[in-house]
Ligand binder design. Structure first.
Ligand SMILES: C[S@@+](CC[C@H](N)C(=O)[O-])C[C@H]1O[C@@H](n2cnc3c(N)ncnc32)[C@H](O)[C@@H]1O
Length: 403
């Protein structure tokens, strides 16, 4: 299948940078011993992300081992998730960079910089020539200084960019608003930690302060772990915000400013992407005894802006895929949230498509946006029949560029 946009792979320079720091940290240990230290720390960090969900400044941003483990193993994943989200803002939604003026990016809860640095890298790969400044905020001073070192150490990946870091507890002390606003505000896997245990009103008030820092044509991109409660909190917060505030519009993941339909109803699905990613030899070596999932990244995302959304017809002719593509009983089917904000089941008969076409459909990913040219509604209005493969196209289906 021809992707709607090709994305640059995670740079080898950054992977090498992390590994070099790791080896320098323990010059007397063998590689296997270092790998074992990292493996043990991965188990601790995975439990913290997935089970205990308790975070404090000591959580993983204060010890060398925690930071290096994150850098070698988790950093490439959050980097890729933000790359996917930004590619959507850039290629399918209405994020417009300033004409010639510098682009100002703010990374909130930046840690060692996976989200902000991935944005610098991607914008340069898209041949955007404006100078770019990145402001990174986090309460882990060590992570922030690592971020500065990566920025300096791999500068060829993001020429003509500057970085400024600030150490802050973002739950309690968002800095006073200056006149200058940001063109992109990124929150990569950080909102759920910063706003841990806060209620809807607190989350909405916090978001209002963040909106105060956004330029009129800027966008906020939020990426969160694909955990049901975390994604529900994210979508509930933006839904509430856009319904209460005059100039707040939800641009993604769905259409026409519609909120996510899932957080208030019981369904099999919830809003998150499931994207294939490649894994490096180093990651596989680390992961070998752990057997964690390394070839997929799952995340919930949203994009919010002060500008109204693009206006699509209120129907089922485009949708975002929210289920796996299923093959059964002679049909291929999938669930999508359509332009009108409703959930539909789309179906095509296997006998009406060729084998290579079926293979292409099986490669569609959760998060892809599909256009269905001539879908037919049957007795059940929520079931759309597609007659032929040629009626399906994919205005947003990003894929990694093969090097
Ligand atoms: C899962 S990490 C994500 C880091 C980075 N954004 C990325 O994409 O990889 C969450 C980050 O949020 C930061 N964080 C959590 N609570 C915070 C708070 N109250 N104030 C500042 N930073 C916080 C942590 O230090 C950590 O760097």
């Amino acid at each position: 299948m021809k992707p709607s946009i090709e994305l640059p792979e995670y740079p080898q320079e950054v992977e090498d940078w992390w590994w070099k720091q790791t080896v320098q940290q323990w010059p007397d240990l063998s590689e296997e011993k270092i790998l074992n230290l990292i493996r043990k720390e991965i188990v601790l960090q995975s439990d913290r992300f997935n089970k205990t969900r308790s975070f404090d400044p000591q959580a993983y941003g204060s010890r060398e081992l925690s930071i290096l483990t994150y850098g070698n193993f988790f950093f490439p994943r959050t980097w890729k998730a933000m790359t996917l989200a930004l590619s959507e803002a850039y290629s399918f939604r209405e994020w417009n960079k300033p004409n010639k003026a510098p682009i100002r990016i703010l990374d909130i809860g930046s840690g060692s910089g996976a989200s902000g640095l991935s944005a610098l890298f991607l914008l340069r790969k898209f041949n955007i020539e404006n100078s770019i400044s990145l402001d990174s905020w986090d309460y882990s001073g060590k992570s922030l200084s690592i971020q500065k070192n990566i920025h300096r150490g791999c500068f060829d990946l993001w020429n003509d960019t500057q970085i400024k870091t600030q150490r802050l507890d973002l739950r309690n002390e968002l800095p006073p608003q200056k006149k200058q606003r940001f063109d992109l505000i990124l929150l990569g896997y950080s909102m759920n930690e910063i706003l841990q245990n806060s209620d809807l009103n607190e989350r909405v008030d916090w978001m209002k302060q963040i909106l105060g820092m956004l330029s009129t044509s800027g966008s906020i991109l939020i990426v969160e772990p694909a955990e049901k409660e975390v994604c529900n909190n994210l979508h509930e917060t933006t839904a509430f915000l856009s319904s209460k505030e005059k100039d707040v519009f939800i641009h993604a993941p769905y259409f026409n400013g519609a909120p996510c339909p899932f957080f208030s109803v019981r369904t099999h699905y919830y809003s998150h992407e499931v994207r294939k990613i490649s894994s490096s030899a180093l990651i596989e070596k680390i992961n070998n005894p752990l057997r964690l999932e390394t070839r997929e990244v799952k995340f919930g995302m949203t994009m919010v802006s002060k500008l109204p959304t693009r206006s699509f017809p209120q129907n089922s002719s485009q949708c975002r895929l929210v289920s796996p593509v299923r093959k059964k009983k002679g049909t291929i089917s999938f669930i999508g949230i359509a332009l009108d904000g409703n959930e539909y089941m789309y179906e095509i008969q296997r006998r009406s498509i060729a084998q290579d076409e079926a293979k292409i459909l099986s490669k569609l990913e959760r998060g892809d946006i599909l256009e269905i040219k001539k879908g037919e509604q049957g007795k059940d209005p929520k079931r759309i029949r597609i007659n032929q493969f040629q009626d399906i196209s994919w205005p947003f289906a990003p894929r990694w560029k093969r090097e």
